[in-house]
Design a binder for this molecule. Structure first.
Ligand code: FE2
Length: 376
């Protein structure tokens, strides 16, 4: 593993694609009403806005959910003859759009398409009584897109066309999730560097860390990963590709069931992982388990930490340390019946890394799940 951030970080002046952060993540799902309920009741997100036939949108329904700075949009098509319906048939439920918050959606589109991005939507304005939003969009890996959202002249709850839902949400049971730490993409064999180049050359990101198959391998399978970060470091996209192993890797399983490249996991940050994971578990979120032996040598591996190790062991939370501090993390099982998208809950205590010390234990846990599905 290499930590490369400082040397290659862009100066703001050189950043041709300044990003304020992730604006929203939009999912295409078979039943948005029920998906939204799961994220409200289990993950504790609040329903804040809606659009659908009742608000004048005829072909789809969308539910906007929020917790901390995390904003998810669940969209379902209302009729079978639509692009969204086709996407769901191929991929199942999954991430369609990783939307990025910018100050200038026109410039974001111009700078990226000039450097080779495929345009999905040119700059355009939508408006309602709360103001104007400028949007544009480009393609990334698979059928995934990046919408650029400029909301300087907008005071509404989300986007024009959405109706605000009164709060508090009686279904939501908040779990302390604060913001998105990183979002990981799975791409095909030999395609990692092509997408690393895309984020570097087209989006102005730089290489933050990288892991090869020696870092990330078990007895059976391997993968390679490079973490790309934007100029101010607020947006981090690790990119994974499968590597040769004795059995089918988790990345191959994903690619098979998703029908190509796509978002593998979204890491959400908390300031109190024991509280957050306890609540998530109580509310029905299922997590991967590592063997109890993982905790036997934890103290000697990571040194002194603030959290009681028995508590971490009870919940299955993993710990890793680097020169800058430590981090705690845990992974959910896939949240769809297809073994595709899952979540990571992460608490950083100084560390900026991605839990390299946990890769082996974690991937062995994933392989036990893969074997149970008959996919190893
Ligand atoms: Fe992660």
């Amino acid at each position: 593993m290499q930590l490369i951030a400082e040397e290659t970080a862009h100066s703001p002046a050189a950043d041709f694609l300044p990003l304020n952060g992730t604006d929203y993540v939009e999912f295409h799902v078979g039943n948005a009403k029920q998906a939204a309920y799961y994220y409200r009741a289990a993950f504790g997100m609040e329903l804040v806005a809606y659009r659908g036939p009742e608000t004048g949108t005829r072909d789809r329904a969308s539910y906007v959910l929020q917790q901390g700075k995390i904003r998810f949009v669940f969209t379902t098509p209302l009729r079978p003859d639509s692009e969204i319906a086709d996407a769901i048939r191929r991929h199942g439920d999954g991430v369609h759009d990783v939307a990025l918050w910018v100050d200038d959606a026109e410039s974001a589109w111009r700078e990226t398409t000039r450097r080779g991005a495929k345009s999905i939507a040119g700059p355009h304005v939508i408006e309602d009584e709360s103001g104007r939003i400028r949007l544009s969009a480009i393609a990334t890996y698979g059928d995934t897109i990046h919408t650029f959202v400029e909301r300087r002249e907008y005071q509404g709850i989300f986007l024009p066309g959405f109706r605000e839902i009164p709060r508090p949400d009686p279904v939501a049971r908040p779990t302390g999730l604060l913001h998105i730490d990183h979002m990981v993409g799975n791409v095909g064999w030999g395609e990692m560097n092509r997408w690393v180049d895309f984020y570097r050359d087209v989006m102005g990101f730089s290489l933050y860390q990288h892991f090869d198959d020696n870092d990330i391998s078990t007895e059976y399978s391997a993968l390679m990963s490079k973490v790309m970060a934007n100029g101010n470091g607020r947006v981090k996209f690790p990119i994974n590709e499968p590597a040769e192993g004795r059995r089918r890797s988790q990345i191959e399983e994903y690619l098979d069931f998703y029908g190509g490249p796509g978002v593998q996991h979204i890491a959400m940050a908390t300031a109190d992982i024991i509280h957050t994971v306890t609540k998530l578990r109580d509310q029905g979120v299922e997590f991967l388990r590592v063997p109890v032996t993982y905790y036997a040598d934890l103290q000697s591996r990571v040194g002194r930490i603030d959290e009681p190790i028995e508590e971490l062991a009870k919940l299955g939370i993993l710990v890793d340390r680097d020169d800058e501090g430590y981090m705690l993390q845990i992974f959910t099982k896939p949240v769809e019946d297809r073994p595709t998208l899952f979540y990571e809950i992460i608490q950083r205590k100084g560390s900026r890394s991605f839990g390299k010390g946990n890769f082996k234990a974690l991937f062995e846990a994933i392989e036990r799940e893969q074997a149970a599905r008959g996919n190893l």
